[in-house]
Design a binder for this molecule. Structure first.
Ligand code: SF4
Length: 884
């Protein structure tokens, strides 16, 4: 009998409920949980493909020490001994944990307890530092606590939704779908998108403000000054519940309107329209994400936004408020347990002696960290200069994701003792570990996560952990026990959650926002049956208070919020040598460093290689043609990526996704170009405003290849590899062509010697095609040309699973052109139904002129809806082409 389990998606901060079904034959399928309040049955393309990422390819199945298999006891003894010895010799601050928003709250709780309460250092930081720490800092400055005031429902109830620094359509797709549905139901609802790029999210924008990089503080200061001149200020709210308005307003008012236009790069009419919309609309929600947070002025941006909501009293009521959208599935859970180096636990402050005393008494711990620890960028600098001598990295891949990633890799390589807990042996970070500990993955893990709207949901196991993989909390508790620390005898994640809940309620009495005391007595049965709930849930109350601050009640000692005086960051980071601004970000169908989504052929078919978006005029000036290769360089490093020339990109700026790593591309770790520049308050790196130069990459030969099995890194100056049905696909480029392409193929694709190639070479055009068959099965095919190769890629990839029993089909493959009976679907647009761009164009030409019509004809866009904006763009493009 198939077994169904309710769990939670492990990707973004939306925190969608998932029903995982395991059939009798072990096959896993997923669907959205219609009862989960975050998604009400929806899933995006990534969530829908979760079942395709569960294979054991590359899984770490046993502990390893120095590359050899070891037992758990030996590995844990070694970790405990090396950490204890390092602490004994060099003090508690000589060790560090670098953890992750992928950890479950229970993992995070044990890691934080061990480091802050027993080792006695606060050197535990998390990749959430790269994601939303500016929001945390902004909340704490304004509210006195890290409180997200609103709920997802507010986004649907608002009359004006402002999306700033958020490509919601691709990064929080289910919230985007909820917003699209709300706007369709209430067409009067307005959406403003503030982003230097015209992203897919702009598809539903009534107003798109293509703001200058880091122009947000100026924009929201300008808004505050504008509001103060009219009637939108809620003077009663400001007087009763806030402090500091006069100073914040005075600072905001110093900027003239021309200066505001200059700093934001926006026109007078755009600014007036935006200000007027905000002024006139009571129900306003301002959503913000990495475009706000990942900045050297990220915390000021957050406070500039919050200032406008406080001034108008538009906070904590239905359809109103500032709303931080977190990137990771459990960034919020990490914040709740104190997984950041500058927080303690249960939203208590490390710099507050009473909080420290309270937590130490609760834990009965021998010590407590007395000052904030090293934030991520500082932490890896301390590893580099030898202050940190033992490092434990859990569930994250800093060699790819950290700024100055090359220096981070060098630091990890030089660190005397590195432990990596991960699911995979093959990450760019795992290859540098002295001790590798196999962790349970999604589908095997048991615990809780908290989404962006403070909703705690269960991640439940539905698969047995393979090999000797174990939960991260168990690994931490075992090391703690071996270091002779009491208080780590947890029998289950339910035990840990109950302790976490007790700490949240300990001497709280409403003085702290985070209180889930209602769950303090939870046991295994209750934990197993837990339904998603929003905090706070103090003991004795059955219903959560779903919003904060409508009537004040802030967490500063006087109960008032603080307006924070902020001034725009004037720094222009570009120079004559590095004249472009690099903005890094995400794409629709990949997650973080591709360690999981890179396993899905369906997801990899959407965008199969790293790219740079360039404005057409910048491309012409730089001599870069569409689909050519571009070398991008900063003082920190270089990358080679494909050119995507588009007017969506503003002049002077370029965009490169952050996902690609050394497992999937030759040179596309874009974070290696990002300097270790951070926000002075939050320590969050500025990943979206990096000065770079770019030039065409001088390739003399370009290639496209497919192969049935994955080779080692191809011998090519540029390569990008992506999973495909039945094998792998490759994009290639060579500065100097190989002397013998047949030999190159044999080596690269590990082909048997007795397999002869079928192919042709056109010496006039320089084209070359080679294909290798084993019986009727295609093993590999290579297409080469002096220009970017024009071959029907989707069709060619489909040949990996086709039979090639006769010469005609084999020659058709070598020609790279499908016959009329097998049209090329083109690059995948709809991942759920594998519908390509050529199919959509054909449907438009056949008379389908709406997204709904395309859905009826091809099914595209009718499942998760993540591609609907792209479909609309294709329809518009066809119309524009027809009108020319
Ligand atoms: Fe997962 Fe997509 Fe939901 Fe995010 S929006 S939690 S990635 S299904």
């Amino acid at each position: 009998m198939p077994v169904e389990t309710k769990t939670t998606c492990p990707y973004c901060g939306v925190g969608c409920g998932v029903i995982a079904r395991v059939d009798d034959d072990g096959a896993v399928s997923v669907r959205g949980d219609p009862e989960h309040p975050a998604n009400l049955g929806r899933l995006c393309s990534k969530g829908s493909a979760l079942g395709e990422t569960l294979d054991l390819d590359g899984r770490l199945l046993h502990p390893e020490i120095g590359g050899r298999r070891a037992g758990w006891n030996e590995a844990l003894d070694l970790v405990a001994r090396r950490f204890a010895d390092t602490i004994a010799e060099h003090g508690p601050d000589s060790v560090a944990f670098y953890v992750s928003g992928q950890l479950l709250t229970e993992d995070y709780y044990v890691a934080n307890k061990l480091m802050k309460g027993f080792i006695g250092s606060a050197n535990i930081d998390t990749n959430s530092r790269l994601c939303m720490s500016s929001s945390v800092a902004g909340h704490r400055r304004a509210f006195g606590a890290d409180t997200v005031p609103g709920t997802y429902e507010d986004i649907e109830l608002a009359d004006l939704v402002i999306l700033t620094g958020s490509n919601l359509a691709w990064c929080h797709p289910v919230i985007y779908q909820r917003l699209v549905a709300a706007k369709a139901a209430r067409p009067g609802m307005k959406v403003v998108v503030i982003d230097p790029r015209r992203t897919m999210t702009s598809d539903i924008a009534d107003l798109h403000l293509a703001i200058r990089p880091d122009g947000d503080v100026a924009l929201f200061n300008g808004l505050l000054a504008h509001l103060a001149k009219g009637t939108a200020i809620d003077e009663n709210y400001v007087a009763a519940h806030t402090a500091g308005f006069a100073d914040a307003f005075a600072a905001a008012s110093t900027m003239t309107f021309p200066a505001l236009m200059e700093r934001t790069g926006l026109g007078a009419s755009e600014l007036r329209r935006f200000f007027g919309l905000f002024e006139r609309t009571e129900k306003v929600v301002t959503c913000y994400s990495q475009g706000v947070n990942q900045s050297s002025s990220g915390t000021d941006k957050v406070n500039a936004i919050i200032n406008c909501h406080l001034a108008t009293g538009r906070i904590g009521r239905p359809g109103m408020g500032p709303f931080s959208l977190t990137g990771q599935p459990n960034a919020m859970g990490g914040r709740e347990v104190g997984g950041l180096a500058n927080m303690l636990a249960a939203h208590m402050a490390i710099e507050n002696p009473e909080d420290r005393d309270r937590v130490q008494r609760f834990w009965s711990s021998p010590t407590i960290a007395t000052r904030p620890g090293l934030k991520a960028v500082d932490l890896f600098q301390a590893v580099a200069d030898g202050r940190v001598k033992a490092l434990w990295i859990m569930a994250t891949n800093p060699v790819v994701s950290m700024p100055d990633a090359g220096a981070v890799e060098a630091a990890i390589k030089a660190c005397p003792f590195v432990v990596v807990s991960d699911m995979l042996t093959t990450t760019d970070t795992a290859r540098h570990a002295h001790v590798l500990l196999p962790s349970a993955g999604w589908g095997e893990k048991d615990g809780t996560v908290t989404n962006s709207e403070r909703r705690i949901s269960r991640q439940r196991p539905f698969l047995a952990a393979p090999g000797e993989a174990r939960a991260d909390w168990w690994q931490l508790a075992e090391v703690a026990r071996r270091m002779d620390f009491p208080g780590f005898d947890f029998a289950s994640p339910a035990d840990i959650f109950a302790e976490h809940a007790r700490l949240s309620a300990f001497e709280n009495d409403g003085s702290r926002d985070f209180d889930i005391g209602a769950h303090a007595g939870i046991a295994s049965a209750g934990y197993d049956a837990m339904v998603p709930f929003q905090w706070p849930q103090p003991a004795g109350k059955t219903k959560a208070t779903t919003r904060f601050f409508a009537k004040g009640g802030f967490y500063h000692p006087d109960g008032k919020a603080r307006f924070v005086t902020v001034v725009p960051d004037e720094t222009d980071r570009t120079s004559a040598a590095y004249p472009f601004t690099l903005n890094t970000g995400r794409i629709r169908d990949q997650w973080h460093t591709m360690t999981r989504t890179g396993k899905s052929a369906r997801l990899s078919a959407h965008i199969a290689e790293p790219f740079v978006e360039i404005h057409p005029r910048d491309a012409v000036d730089a001599g870069i043609g569409n689909a050519g290769l571009v070398e991008i360089e900063s003082p920190r490093g270089k990358a080679i990526v494909r050119a995507l020339v588009t007017e969506r990109q503003a002049r002077g700026s370029v965009f490169v996704p952050m996902h690609w790593n050394d497992q999937f591309a030759a040179k596309a770790r874009i974070d290696a170009l990002v300097p270790p520049l951070t926000d002075r308050v939050s320590g969050q790196p500025a990943s979206k405003n990096v000065a770079v130069a770019m030039r065409p990459f001088p390739a003399s030969a370009y290639g496209f290849a497919v192969a049935a099995s994955r080779p080692a890194a191809p011998a090519a100056d540029y390569w990008a590899i992506a999973k495909a049905e039945g094998g792998w696909r490759f994009e290639l480029a060579f500065a100097t062509p190989a002397k013998d392409w047949t030999a190159w193929c044999r080596t690269t694709f590990a082909l048997p010697d007795d397999v002869e190639p079928l192919g042709y070479a056109d010496h006039r055009t320089g084209d070359l095609r080679l294909a290798f068959f084993d019986g009727d099965r295609l093993l590999a095919a290579l297409f080469l040309a002096p220009e970017p190769v024009a071959v029907a890629r989707s069709w060619t990839v489909s040949q990996l699973t086709a039979a090639h029993g006769d010469l005609r089909t084999r020659f058709t493959l070598v020609a790279g052109r499908p016959g009329a009976d097998r049209p090329d679907p083109g690059a995948t647009v709809c991942s759920c139904f594998s519908v390509g761009v050529n199919q959509i164009v054909a449907a438009v030409r056949g008379g389908c002129h709406t997204v709904e019509g395309i859905g009826k004809e091809l099914n595209a866009g009718t499942n998760c809806g993540s591609c609907r904006a792209e479909i609309r763009g294709i329809i518009d493009g066809c119309r524009a082409a027809a009108a020319e």
